[in-house]
Write a protein of this length. Structure first.
Length: 313
């Protein structure tokens, strides 16, 4: 069984009397990738700022390997790396010089600093740009340099706050490749995002927050099990079906809902694998559909089920 690396307990913080984070608790196990998912303003940045010891909480606690993390405990803070939303790079220093500066802040020097700079540049695939200034980099390359800076001191946990916002698709893929490689090496990650597909690609565990509160704290599979329909089947018939056929369709095994708009049917299914039997039944009753498509449910549907709103509201 894996051990608890980070424990976040009942964290809260208000800005000017307005609660931004309201009793947030969750854990990160060693080697686990946790996606912190929520719409803009949900409290993700405030939460990770407190976890990283940058922001003082109004209440609650954070421990890393059992040791409390607070703004005053710099030894504990050094066991994690934070890639903030706002980039912190010096435009008139080269990429390598930037890293040397960050490394010195972590107490690295000499041959060790040089070696770590080379290693982290390779990890983010910027070795060939080491001597170039960040001013010549795309937004995504700057972000990758910031990830490199956060890795220099070999943190046990890397926290990334919306690392793909404002990033070109090529760099986005490079960031994912880097994060997947870090995951494969056993590094624990916390990754905040309001993009479901990103969290889904990387996370072993998902914490959904909204209005500063945790709404769900589960594996992706566990989240999907909360949905009444795992999949949707859209079928267009040659003509609008009779009401009796729709009622009978709704009673077919594995069908969770039926909605008709003229000849177009939207059928909720317990699982995607149920689609062929439902299509065969439809074909026998009403003739072969002119067109059909299945869609697996997404984390977007889960957020909608939990809050009644879409993530992009
Ligand atoms: P997210 O990262 O999920 O977008 P944030 O943690 O940035 O959410 O913000 C949570 C809430 O706290 C929002 O309502 C935001 O407007 C507010 N907030 C964040 N930072 C500050 C600040 N420095 N001063 C005042 N309000 C803030």
């Amino acid at each position: 069984m894996s051990s608890v690396l980070l424990s976040v307990s009942n964290l809260s913080k208000s800005y000017g009397g307005r609660l931004a984070v309201d009793g947030v608790s969750f854990q990160v196990m060693a080697g686990q990738v946790v996606g912190l998912l929520g719409p803009n303003g949900a409290g993700k940045s405030t939460t990770v700022g407190m976890i990283a010891g940058l922001l003082r909480s109004d209440g609650g606690s954070v421990t890393l390997n059992g040791e409390p993390i607070t703004p005053g405990n710099s030894a504990a803070k050094r066991k994690l790396g934070l890639v903030p939303q706002d980039l912190a790079l010096y435009d008139d220093l080269s990429a390598l010089e930037n890293l040397k500066l960050f490394g010195a802040l972590y107490g690295l020097a000499g041959a060790q600093l040089k070696q770590r700079c080379a290693e982290v540049l390779q990890q983010v695939r910027l070795s060939d740009r080491a001597d170039d200034k960040p001013a010549t980099f795309s937004g995504g390359m700057k972000r990758r340099l910031n990830i490199a800076a956060a890795l220099l001191h070999r943190p046990a946990l890397l926290i990334l706050d919306e690392p793909t916002v404002g990033v070109d698709p090529q760099s986005r893929n490079a960031i994912f490749d880097t994060l997947e490689a870090l995951k494969a090496q056993g590094m624990a990650l916390i990754y905040t995002s309001h993009y479901m597909e990103e969290v889904e690609r990387l996370a072993d565990h998902i914490v959904i927050i909204d209005h500063g509160k945790v709404l769900a704290d589960e594996s992706p599979a566990g989240l999907y099990r909360r949905l009444p329909s795992q999949a949707a089947l859209r079928a267009e018939l040659a003509q609008a079906p009779a009401a009796a056929l729709l009622q009978e369709l709704a009673r077919q095994p594995g069908v969770t809902s039926v909605r008709a708009d003229g000849a177009a049917l939207d059928i909720g299914l317990q699982e995607t694998a149920g689609a062929p039997a439902v299509l065969a039944w439809l074909a026998a009753q009403a003739g072969a559909p002119l067109h059909f498509a299945t869609n697996r449910a997404s984390l977007e549907d889960i957020f909608l089920t939990l809050t009644g709103r879409t993530l992009r509201d």
